[in-house]
Design a binder for this molecule. Structure first.
Ligand code: FE2
Ligand code: FE2
Length: 232
C-alpha cells in the first residue's frame, strides 16, 4: 500500500490554485491512499511516547544537538534544574513543529507538563534574543545581523513582550536561556539525550498514556509531530 503525503496548507501559502495538493491527489487510486497513521518513511514512535522519544525519533540532528548543548552549558554553569530544563526545551517547537513564533508555540506545547516559570521562559526567550542586556553580557546575535541585515526593525509584538518581560520576576529565567542559546551551535558535539532523563523525570510530568494521548489541551500538537503527514 502506497500512502501519499499532501503538503500542509501553511507550507503552500501563495499556491492559490492548490497545484501542490492537486498533484498529490491525482495519484490517488487502487493501492494508493492518503497518509493515515504511521508514515513508513519516519522512525516508528512508541505507542506511549515520552519526551525524549520526540528528540530521538522526530527532531533533526541539528535541532536535537542545539537543545542538548544549551542544556549542558546551563548545567555546567551551575544553574538549577528548572533552568536546565528550560534550556533543553527552549526551541522544542523547532524540533518538528513550527519555526515561526517558535517561542510561543513551544511554550504552549509544554505548558501542561512543566512549571509555569519554565513555559514562561520558553515563551519569552524569543523576544529577548533581539534585545541586548549588557548587565549579564548578552549582546545582539551576530547571526541575526546576517539573517535580517543591520536595519531590521523588531516587530511590535516582540518589543511589547520584551518590555513586559523586563519587569517580570522571571525575567532572568528567560534571559538565562538566551545566554546559553548563543553558544550552542557547535558541530560534532554529541550529547546523549539520556543525560537528561532523570531531570526530565523530576520536572516534566510525563502522562501515563503518552504525549499526544492524554487529552491535555496540547495533546493534538504532540500527535501532529507523531503523524505529521496525516491528511486530516
Ligand atoms: Fe529560540
Ligand atoms: Fe535556540
Amino acid at each position: 500500500m502506497r500512502r501519499l503525503s499532501v503538503p500542509q496548507p501553511i507550507a503552500t501559502i501563495g499556491d492559490f490554485e492548490g497545484a501542490a495538493e492537486k498533484r498529490v491527489l491525482a495519484e490517488l487510486g487502487p493501492g494508493t491512499l492518503l497518509m493515515a497513521g504511521d508514515n513508513p518513511a519516519l522512525p516508528q514512535m512508541p505507542a506511549r511516547p515520552r519526551l525524549l522519544d520526540f528528540y530521538r525519533l522526530r527532531f533533526s540532528n541539528a535541532a536535537r544537538s542545539h537543545l542538548l548543548q544549551s542544556a549542558m552549558l546551563a548545567r555546567k554553569a551551575g544553574h538549577g534544574e528548572k533552568i536546565v530544563l528550560a534550556c533543553l526545551l527552549h526551541d522544542i517547537a523547532m524540533g518538528a513543529l513550527m519555526r515561526t513564533d517558535h517561542g510561543y508555540w513551544g511554550a504552549q506545547l509544554i505548558a501542561p507538563y512543566v512549571d509555569e516559570e519554565v513555559a514562561w521562559a520558553v515563551r519569552h526567550h524569543q523576544a529577548l534574543r533581539f534585545f541586548p542586556d549588557p548587565a549579564v553580557g548578552y549582546e545582539y546575535p551576530q547571526a541575526y545581523l546576517r539573517f535580517w541585515g543591520p536595519d531590521y526593525e523588531v516587530p511590535g509584538y516582540l518589543k511589547r513582550d520584551f518590555e513586559a518581560a523586563r519587569e517580570h520576576r522571571w525575567y532572568m529565567s528567560a534571559r538565562t536561556i538566551t545566554l546559553y542559546d548563543l553558544y550552542a551551535f557547535e558541530d560534532n558535539v554529541n550529547i546523549d539525550p539520556g543525560e537528561f532523563e532523570d531531570l526530565i523525570g523530576r520536572h516534566f510530568k510525563q502522562p501515563e498514556e503518552g504525549l499526544g494521548f492524554d487529552n491535555s489541551p496540547t495533546a493534538h500538537m504532540w500527535r501532529t509531530m507523531i503523524w505529521p503527514d496525516n491528511f486530516l
